[in-house]
Design a protein around this ligand. Structure first.
Ligand code: UM3
Length: 123
């Protein structure tokens, strides 16, 4: 079974892409299995090396949106792409807006290897 850390990497890690095209989200949301059964409404891809994302677990501690205490905010800005389902897009045609950004990100971390398990937002 896919671990939470593996799921985080499938849904949020894309270190090898630096510039994205308008069709990036439509392709990537499908390729990473986030358009199965329904279109996932919002998803962020991170274009930074995995170790740089994993160390966020040792950076500023913040409360997660769900009230849990295990979220961490990156001390530096990261290259990210936000994928947002366009209004009027109907499953199974998942049509996304692709927006490339540089923001500090917030992730949830868990014990096992103190690894990133959830994307909580960007600020
Ligand atoms: N989400 C992003 N980026 C944002 C905000 C939310 O990827 O800027 C995702 C994370 C959660 C979901 O999915 O939206 C609900 O917050 P996940 O736990 O499967 O990663």
């Amino acid at each position: 079974k896919e671990s939470q850390a593996e799921k985080f990497q499938r849904q949020h890690m894309d270190p090898d892409t630096s510039t994205v095209t308008a069709s990036y989200c439509n392709e990537m949301m499908k390729r990473r299995n986030m358009t199965v059964g329904q279109c996932k409404p919002v998803n962020t891809f991170i274009h930074e090396p995995l170790p740089d994302v994993q160390v966020i677990c040792f950076q500023g501690n913040v409360t997660c949106k769900n009230g849990k205490p295990n979220c961490h905010q990156s001390s530096s800005k990261m290259r990210i792409t936000d994928c947002r389902l366009k209004k009027g897009s109907k499953y199974p045609k998942c049509d996304y807006q692709t927006q490339q950004l540089q923001k500090s990100i917030i992730v949830a971390c868990e014990c096992v290897q103190y690894e990133t398990v959830d994307f909580d937002g960007s600020v």
